[in-house]
Write a protein that binds this ligand. Structure first.
Ligand code: SAH
Length: 228
């Protein structure tokens, strides 16, 4: 079983429409679309924006559907000049950039219970995803993806996340999903197409390019599922 999570409707609706033998199942506030995607057993769900919504959804999915693999698909702000709008960030680890107990001597981003800063994401899935991105004629970059409960839209915040974590993209859910996956031993990957530059242009760029970016992440997610 492959679990696929997106934060916003625009990030999951095309995947849900592409499913076969699909049934909608309500668990709490979440609606899981379970069936076949690209011929594979899959469940696709919208978690809502932010780390808490994402973690609640990932844990519910894990407990109810016992996935072998979790894929977080969606859009993100770029933190590197290697990624522009429409390009795809493939995770090589996930960090929670707003988790901060440094005043007590901990490293920035140390995740309680997981007891590490960088939550692992699956290397084999990442390599497959990179191959899919290239086969689809898009540009990809492998790297740490940073999550926090903030829409990053300033050069200062962007520089701080890059300096502290060396991340290539920022968003608001991926590391929460990676956290849940890590605690349950589930393979996880985050695939994010770039919607904006996480700077002062983002309030205008995000609404302008979100649909295009979401279409790219959907395309790569479908291509990746075909290889699984
Ligand atoms: N009220 C807005 C909120 C969007 S928040 C709405 O409903 O459309 C931005 C979403 O896109 C989050 O899910 C996040 O994961 C991703 N994202 C894209 N660019 C981002 C950025 N620059 N900083 C943080 N998250 C970003």
């Amino acid at each position: 079983m492959i679990g696929i999570i997106g934060a916003m409707k625009i990030e999951v609706e095309a995947l849900q429409s592409a499913m076969e033998d699909v049934r909608a199942e309500q668990v709490g506030n979440l609606t899981f679309f379970a069936g076949k995607l690209e011929g594979k057993d899959a469940v696709v769900v919208k978690c809502g924006i932010g780390k808490v919504n994402a973690a609640l959804c990932a844990q519910t999915l894990i407990l109810c559907y016992h996935p072998d693999i979790l894929i977080n698909t969606g859009v993100a702000g770029t933190l590197t000049d290697k990624l522009s709008v429409g390009d795809v960030a493939v995770s090589q680890g996930a960090v929670q950039h707003d988790l901060d107990t440094t005043a007590l001597g901990d490293p920035a981003g140390l995740v309680p219970e997981a007891n590490r800063v960088v939550l692992p994401t699956d290397e084999e899935l990442a390599q497959k995803a990179l191959g899919c991105v290239r086969a689809e004629g898009l540009n990809a970059c492998l790297g740490v993806i940073a999550s926090g409960d903030v829409f990053v839209s300033s050069p200062e915040k962007k520089a701080e996340i890059v300096r502290t974590f060396g991340a290539v993209a920022c968003e608001m859910e991926g590391a929460a999903i990676a956290h849940a996956a890590f605690l349950s031993g589930v393979r996880v990957l985050n695939l994010r197409a770039i919607s904006d530059s996480a700077n002062g242009d983002s309030p205008v760029d995000f609404p302008a390019f979100c649909r295009k970016a979401a279409a790219h992440s959907t395309r790569i997610t479908r291509a990746l599922v075909r290889t699984l």
